[in-house]
Write a protein of this length. Structure first.
Length: 444
């Protein structure tokens, strides 16, 4: 156990856990904050889509920047942005609930756009644009992983994510029930962001080769922090240098296997966006759940994924390929989404169990496949554009999910089940035609 805390992956697991913990504290109470300030399911969907839209813009920029100046510096930049965003979110609770406009029609339903809601939108915009920490953290894990431990390492990364989702939602409802209400979870989220900055600065070692060690954050010398003077790892004029010095989308998409994996990235996030758009509305409006009830439901899901992504995935990855684990996981997810459409508590928890099992098997295995492509000098760009694919899908999925739930309620989850069956088809077709082999194609 002591060796694990001293291992080279522990700091990035800790950073990932802290970041997810802050985010997950707010998930169960966000729908209640939106409705308290005058919004409805439609506004909740738009707010949810705001973050991925701006992450779609910012993630590739931060991913490519991490290839140039190092993962550590970009993770610090991202966490500073997150802290400022939570501070802006808290500001909304200090403003008067002035109504700016109201609307009531068949498409959007009835809502009032108030001044606090506008500020919350601004906070999500800022957090989204600087929200490249997930893609950069995945690129960091790819840097320090080998082919032998890649699946296990990404399984542990997933387990650290799930642990954050266990603790955050479980405590969120309890914290919101205090005299400070929803303000206390937001204060804690801001504090957690500060802790993440400290952990990255003092515990995380740079993983990108040939980046000069500039130490911790130094606001006295921003030129040194942003690595203006950096060493070149490759021989100038070589084909490798020419390709890797131009890591635009057109170059990244030429890496064999990227196209199929990006398509799966898009479909996975689109399906889960339908889930995250519909579940809070389903829980509050139909099931009449409180924030505590929703928090327990989400914490239960994450608790299962810790077991799946830890010991179970480590065991299965020795016996099954990443492609097989993605296929099995996607099939379980399709079944779970089908069961989510049934309005029965026991069936819902059964669906949640299957969803957690499927997600725990599929996503770390998928990330391991994606991280095996390209090189260390392109992995930040690969992960950044992958995050953009997910953000693009989330943007539309959250909006469409919110609108569809108003029309067809739980039948929206059937659409998610179909999407996961499409993912199974893509993986089987790709496996049949040609195995995904990490290989960089030469530019045309």
């Amino acid at each position: 156990m002591l060796s694990f805390f001293k291992s080279n992956i522990f700091p990035i697991l800790l950073v990932n856990f802290i970041g997810i913990l802050g985010y997950s504290l707010v998930i169960p109470i966000l729908i209640f904050i939106v409705t308290d300030f005058g919004g409805n399911g439609f506004i909740y969907g738009i707010l949810g889509a705001t973050y991925p839209f701006f992450q779609f813009i910012g993630a590739p920029i931060l991913g490519r920047l991490s290839d140039k100046i190092g993962r550590k510096k970009v993770l610090i930049i991202s966490q500073i942005g997150t802290f400022l965003a939570w501070s802006l979110f808290l500001l909304a609770f200090m403003l008067p609930e002035t109504t700016l406009w109201e609307q009531n029609n068949g498409l959007t339903g009835s809502y009032a756009m108030t001044l606090p809601l506008i500020v919350i939108f601004l906070a999500r915009i800022f957090d989204g644009f600087t929200g490249g920490n997930i893609s950069v953290a995945n690129a960091y894990m790819s840097d320090i992983s080998t082919d032998e431990d890649r699946n296990r390492n990404f399984g542990k990364m997933g387990a650290s994510t799930s642990l954050g989702f266990v603790i955050g939602p479980a405590f969120s409802g309890l914290l919101a029930a205090t005299l400070l209400g929803e303000v206390l979870p937001l204060l804690l989220a801001a504090l957690i962001s500060l802790i993440a900055i400290v952990v990255i600065n003092f515990r995380l070692k740079e993983s990108v080769p040939c980046i000069v060690d500039t130490g911790g954050v130094s606001f006295k010398n921003m030129r040194r922090f942003f690595q203006v003077e950096h060493k070149d790892c490759y021989t100038e004029g070589s084909e490798e240098t020419q390709l890797e010095s131009s890591k635009g989308f057109k170059q990244i998409i030429k890496i064999e296997g990227v196209t199929v994996l990006y398509a799966i990235y898009f479909f996975t996030f689109f399906a889960f966006s339908l889930f995250y758009a519909g579940l809070p509305i389903y829980a509050s409006n139909i099931l009449q759940w409180s924030a505590i009830d929703l928090g327990i439901f989400l914490a239960y899901s994450s608790l299962i994924m810790i077991v799946v992504q830890g010991p179970l995935l480590s065991l299965l990855s020795k016996r099954m390929s990443s492609q097989s684990l993605v296929i099995v996981g996607a099939l379980l997810l399709a079944l779970s989404f089908f069961l989510l459409s049934k309005k029965n508590l026991w069936v819902l928890y059964s669906a949640n169990t299957l969803l957690s099992l499927g997600n725990g098997l599929m996503w770390p295995s998928f990330l391991a496949m994606l991280s095996s492509l390209g090189t260390k000098r392109t992995q930040g760009a690969i992960q950044g554009y992958g995050t953009s694919m997910g953000s693009f899908a989330s943007m539309f999925g959250l909006i469409i999910g919110g609108i569809l739930f108003e029309k067809v309620e739980t039948l929206v989850f059937i659409f998610g089940a179909v999407i996961f069956l499409i993912i199974v088809f893509l993986m089987v077709l790709n496996r049949r035609n040609k195995a995904i082999v990490p290989k960089v194609l030469q530019p045309a």
